[in-house]
Design a protein around this ligand. Structure first.
Ligand SMILES: Nc1ncnc2c1ncn2[C@@H]1O[C@H](COP(=O)(O)OP(=O)(O)OP(=O)(O)O)[C@@H](O)[C@H]1O
Ligand SMILES: [Mg+2]
Length: 216
């Protein structure tokens, strides 16, 4: 199974949630995970490398990969059905090599925030994805919600996004997200991410597993 973290909007939490979701799948769900950092900035790969210096055993391998390697990655993923492959994409869409990535991945997790620019950019992104792959399964994750702000447009934004996919409950803005690592989930952010990850797991990942097992 291949899961993408993608949105053309920068800074919405793609890399952060890739790490936390990978930690969650390994630590809370005992799943085998492999992470591919396809962002040329290599922030996730560098984080994993730094962690290996201090920690002994990584929870999962993190590879730096190019978009052109996607077909090979997909072949590997098909052979290893018990593993979840997580791909962290860069926030840019001007690359033809993204086409097979959006066509052949199983799930697209799309973090966004409720501010105006993030929403319009996210809708534009979703529109392109659906053009490339009308069957793409997109799950929108509202991120960085500030408790002091009243989001007047929340309902209308959700309605707009529901034309393209599902919208999860929100992840709040917390300073602790700045300190995440590839080897644990800080206890004070578990409560923030668990409801979101749990719903994605139960609805989209666990049933896919049962289907695979019963097909054998
Ligand atoms: N819920 C949150 N609360 C507080 N800070 C957050 C939260 N989610 C993400 N951040 C912070 O926002 C910044 C951007 O996050 P991140 O790098 O994951 O975004 P990105 O979508 O991968 O960006 P890019 O498009 O540049 O790859 C980081 O400093 C991260 O720590
Ligand atoms: Mg990133």
């Amino acid at each position: 199974m291949i899961i993408l973290f993608a949105n053309q909007k920068g800074g919405v939490g793609k890399s952060t949630l890739s790490v936390l979701f990978s930690n969650y799948l390994t630590l809370a769900k005992n799943k085998a995970v492999k992470v591919y950092d396809m962002d040329f900035q290599r922030s996730l790969y560098n984080k994993a490398q730094a962690a290996e210096v201090i920690e002994n055993t990584p929870l999962y391998p993190v590879e730096a990969a190019e978009l052109s390697q996607f077909n090979a990655i997909q072949k590997k993923a098909n052979k290893n059905e018990n593993q979840v492959s997580i791909i962290d994409l860069a926030g840019k869409m001007d690359d033809d090599e993204l086409v097979p990535v959006f066509q052949k991945s199983d799930l697209i997790l799309c973090p966004f925030s409720y501010d105006e620019y993030s929403v319009s950019s996210t809708i534009e992104f979703s529109f392109v994805i659906k053009k490339i792959n009308p069957n793409a399964k997109i799950i929108f994750i509202p991120n960085r919600l500030r408790s002091s702000v009243k989001y007047e447009t929340m309902k209308s934004v959700q309605d707009a996004l529901k034309n393209f996919g599902a919208v999860t409950s929100s992840i709040t803005e917390r300073i602790d997200f700045q300190r995440i690592t590839t080897y644990d989930i800080p206890s004070n952010i578990i409560e923030v991410i668990e409801p979101v990850f749990e719903s994605i797991y139960n609805e989209y990942i666990d049933p896919a597993w049962h289907k695979m097992i019963t097909c054998v």
